[in-house]
Design a protein. Structure first.
Length: 317
């Protein structure tokens, strides 16, 4: 009889443990922030990440951008330590239910904040944390790089890849935009955002693409037309050191070993004048300069053939 009772108690404890783990996985916890008055901890199937609200100085509103795997619209406020919390005049002791894209008046201690919660529905998410935990280092110069850690989660919070990485600036127009593009080198191959495993990735900001769709369409059309090599691409949300950096086009990087399977293959880069003038290059009739990365040392005949290819594309557009 005692053994039976003991077994029942054990099963009950296990059941409660499972329920706790399930609930903990979906938990959204409001906490005291290090960079901001308030922050949010999100729990997924193997851990947790911190989100810092983004402050819009023009409107005076703080925005929290929730990734798609956050299905829970109830925020646990029991972790706050430094004052009472009021939302729209009502004291919140334990939990607060939020609605998407709704303005709330938060009063916490001496802080009064207007806050809006926004949710994504479908995209995967990249959480990137650098060793310094300071975003300014890789924003100051394209050549700067930092080691750190990356987590790729699908839209249900399942881990697709996690591991060490190095991040640096990407692109010749990098310094002209507030939203930067980045290169990511994984220490071990990883299948980010559900794509085929790779070590080298690009986060493309597409700030010069008005509707943010042209580059993605170009990759997709090239694949449909049967191009021999096309980088994989997909959209993803990016968080850097807990701050939402927006939606990016994630692409596998173009590597020589992927492209140059024949001697006739060509790799060009649309470049700035102070860069392409130092290398083998061609210039179209519209004045667009392209650095020739491959073939390495083209003769004049080959350069003329490459220029004609570029011109044909330009004329078609």
């Amino acid at each position: 009889m005692k053994k039976t009772i003991g077994l029942i108690v054990l099963l009950v404890l296990v059941a409660f443990g499972i329920l706790f783990l399930e609930n903990d996985k979906d938990k959204v916890l409001l906490v005291d922030g290090e960079k901001t008055p308030l922050a949010v901890e999100l729990y997924y199937d193997m851990g947790k990440v911190m989100l810092h609200p983004w402050y819009d100085s023009e409107s005076g509103i703080w925005y929290v951008f929730f990734p798609a795997f956050v299905k829970n619209h109830v925020i646990d406020c029991s972790g706050l330590e430094y004052g009472e919390l009021y939302v729209d005049g009502e004291e919140i002791r334990r939990k607060f239910s939020w609605q998407d894209n709704t303005l709330y008046e938060f009063v916490y201690g001496e802080n009064s904040l207007q806050m809006v919660f926004l949710e994504d529905k479908n995209l995967s998410t990249l959480f990137i944390e650098t060793e310094s935990k300071a975003n300014d280092i890789i924003r100051e110069a394209k050549e700067n790089e930092e080691k750190g850690y990356i987590i790729s989660l699908d839209n249900y919070g399942k881990v697709q890849h996690s591991g060490s990485m190095t991040i640096s600036g990407h692109g010749n127009a990098w310094q002209f935009y507030d939203k930067r593009a980045y290169d990511i080198r994984l220490e071990n191959k990883g299948a980010l955002a559900g794509m085929e495993a790779n070590n080298h990735w690009k986060l493309l900001h597409l700030s010069n693409d008005g509707d943010k769709i042209h580059s993605k369409l170009a990759y997709d059309i090239a694949e449909i037309l049967g191009a021999e090599y096309v980088p994989e691409t997909t959209w993803t949300n990016v968080y850097l050191n807990g701050e939402y950096y927006g939606m990016y086009l994630l692409a596998t990087a173009v590597r020589n070993q992927d492209v140059f399977k024949t001697d006739s293959a060509v790799l060009l880069e649309k470049d700035l004048s102070d860069r392409y003038e130092q290398e083998e290059h061609v210039i179209s009739e519209e004045g667009n300069g392209f650095t020739i990365h491959r073939p390495k040392y083209p003769d004049e005949t080959r350069k003329e053939e490459i220029l004609q290819m570029v011109q044909n594309v330009e004329d078609s557009i």
